[in-house]
Design a protein. Sequence first.
Length: 324
Amino acid sequence: MSALREYIDSAPVFSTHEHHRPFSEVTGLTLDALFNQSLVAPFTGVDCSDRGRFLDVYQSKSSFVWLEKAINDIFGTESLKEESWDCISDTIVEATADTSSHERFFREKCGFSRVLLDAYWDSGSNNDRPDLYSSAFRIDTFLVSCNSEFRDSAGTNTNAQVVYGECANIDDYLVMIDRVLREKKEHGCRALKSGCAHIRSLNYQPRKKSDASSIFGRPAGDVSKDDLNVFGDFVYDVICDFAAQHGLPFQNHVGLSVRLPGSRPMGLIPMIERHPQTTFVFLHAASPGWMSRQHLHITTRMSSSILPGYRWYRHLLQNDSWQH
């Protein structure tokens, strides 16, 4: 086992899904900041400034356990207790005072050789470090920009027609999407990414182009939620085709079905069956809320077109739902 562990620890890591900010922007890093910027504090409902309660509520949860292990490994600290909080935080502040330390941790501690970056704040960006990052480009804005008023609320907060050019009709709009995807690939984009599970159900259905065309260009006040879903269904369907044409894997945020109703990946089956040439990547396939029977059903039925992303695999191992 020790030889296996040594091999695993020394193997270069290619991460398929990260949200790394540029190293120069990571300043003022404290223990509180680490929790608040991770997936620990935002999910607890307990402010980590109330340290005793925060530890009582969350110290046994898997996301806390593995973040604590990482902190101990990187900074040489011990198990976190309320009375050791300030000491550990001071250690982190001192170790990260020089922003070049972040790249050292990136390479030496994390073992990253390359990362596929989802920079939702600047979609398609590689943080001006093409030596470290390839980029994923978010397509969420295309699913809502039937006019120049709606904005994607899943991360980029943009309107495609404002950013990439106003379109007169649905045909022009599809040409624009194809152009943008082609340009992004030419500039180093290596995957498409949908984070739409944050704003809508993943139950995409085939739609007629005429239906999407009738919605396109209407003022926001004349577009219902159902209309927007119909438009989004049609555009998502087309983007699946574009992904195959441009040879770009299509990452989809799935799981977290307790927090995000409608995020179960079974909803994507109609699109997967329609697009056998498209490679679908299910991000967070092992997150709480993913059902093991669903996983088995999808991957055995459509294994040639699906790549499950086990980015949160350790969470699953400590999640009670796995036992059932």
